[in-house]
Design a protein around this ligand. Structure first.
Ligand code: HEM
Length: 411
């Protein structure tokens, strides 16, 4: 159970006298962490302590304050390097010097190098490719007959093909890359295992970079190698940037798209509305992004560089701050009846892709893939349904991102 135990804080902040012990226990399906649900309503800036790391940290959950913290340059990511801030995992997924752990101007430079490839224009071009891939994958799945595991047949291979094309990664390397993904995006593997995998990845990308610098191709990885040669990107940055792009694409789209399908199948009235009026799809994807609990716990923290008031609390220089985008997406001050799925909801933009300086670089790409997956399934399989009862679906354990282990469906 994830209910937090409240204990007296060692060092009492002005407006909070307790530290919530947050074990970030396993959650199934669409369940929202009970602590997040409670904090966003009653204590939007709270103190928490998780299983790993040292001491405790602030956890900001309300929509308004999450937006404020993530846009404020007085909260630094670079200062988290070497700080064992309380965390849900024994290892950090994001490497030091990686895009998630830098501040401007380094952060701006890294983002610029890839943002061109992930903007709406590139996503539109890639959409044609993605539509062809989804058609082929669904045709192969139906040719074998029901039931099928949708994660294996569609939501797993789809981002694999896309990132393979975009970065120019050989299809035969994906068994290895997927194995690395499973270790790095776990929440229960040791620091040693994670470091060993990071070392293997560094060798892999260094060798590929040498190859592309001799024989450049028309792909994002060759562009990044050219930036390294030109001196705008260091060798370690090339590796960590590529790694973040690959891992996020493979893991987030696999889980997110599968959970979106599950969500629709267990909300038959909403699914029927969408089937009756497919132009609702782009808005429906936004509502699904808001509604689906994408991850366990929270991501990377930030460190206050100076004293900053947030709501009724004064966050002191040097203190660590986590934000929960997931909790903010259920903020009742912003979303009417936030626990209800409403595919035509038209309220504030969701924060599933984060906000502020570190807003998801792959948002357009992720939206596009989710839309293509859903529209292909709606069009090709009007009888799509779960192959068993909803409670029979098994959900991933010991992972950072949430999603079904497998999604058995028939049609
Ligand atoms: C539905 C799928 C996805 C979701 C829900 C998602 C969510 C997020 C969130 C919440 C953040 C910001 C976290 C923070 O405050 O640091 C983020 C950052 C990031 N995402 Fe995504 N993401 C998705 C797909 C992708 C894809 C397909 C890519 C591929 C390019 C990607 C690449 C990145 C990168 C590189 C960052 C770091 C940006 C930075 O630190 O400046 N994401 N993502």
């Amino acid at each position: 159970m994830t209910e937090a135990a409240a204990v007296p804080a060692g060092r009492r902040p002005e407006s909070s006298s307790v530290v919530h012990h947050w074990p970030v226990d396993h959650l199934d399906g669409l369940d929202v962490d009970p602590l997040l649900r409670r904090l966003v309503r009653d204590e939007p800036v709270a103190r928490v302590r998780m299983r790993y790391g040292e001491g405790d940290a602030w956890l900001v959950t309300s929509y308004e304050h999450v937006k404020k913290v993530t846009a404020d340059p007085r909260f630094s990511r670079a200062l988290t390097v070497g700080r064992p801030v309380t965390s849900m995992t024994p290892h950090t997924v994001a490497p030091a010097g990686g895009i998630g752990r830098t501040d401007p101007p380094d952060h701006t430079r890294l983002r610029r190098l890839v943002s061109r490839s992930f903007d709406r224009r590139r996503a539109a071009l890639l959409r044609v490719d993605a539509e062809g891939t989804a058609d082929r994958l669904v045709a192969a799945m139906t040719a074998l007959g029901p039931p099928a595991d949708l994660t294996e047949a569609l939501t797993g291979p789809m981002p694999e093909r896309l990132i393979g094309t975009l970065l120019g990664l050989p299809a035969t390397d994906f068994a290895r890359i997927q194995a690395w993904r499973r270790v790095l995006l776990s929440s229960d593997r040791s620091l040693r295992e994670s470091d060993a995998v990071k070392a293997e990845i560094a060798v892999y990308f260094r060798e590929l970079a040498d190859l592309r610098s001799r024989e450049p191709r028309d792909d994002l990885f060759s562009d990044l190698v050219a930036a390294r040669t030109a001196g705008t990107l260091s060798g370690p940055e090339l590796i960590s940037l590529t790694l973040m792009v690959v891992l996020n694409t493979l893991d987030q789209v696999l889980n997110q798209a599968a959970t979106m399908v599950y969500t629709l199948l267990v909300h038959p009235a909403e699914l029927a509305r969408l089937r009756a009026d497919p132009v609702l799809l782009p808005g429906a994807v936004e509502e699904l992004l808001r509604f689906v609990p994408q991850r366990n716990g929270v991501g990377l923290p930030r460190i206050a560089v100076t004293d900053v008031p947030v709501g009724e609390v004064l966050i002191r220089a040097g203190e660590a701050v986590h934000v929960s985008y997931l909790a903010a997406n259920r903020d009742p001050r912003v979303f009417t009846d936030p626990d209800r799925l409403d595919l035509t909801r038209n309220e504030a933009p969701h924060l599933a892709f984060g906000s502020g300086t570190h807003y998801c670089l792959g948002a357009a790409l992720a939206r596009m893939q989710c839309e293509v997956i859903l529209s292909t399934l709606l069009r090709e399989l009007p009888g799509l349904r779960l192959a068993g009862a909803p409670q029979e679906v098994r959900w991933r354990r010991g992972t950072v991102n949430r999603g079904p282990e497998a999604l058995p469906v028939c049609w």
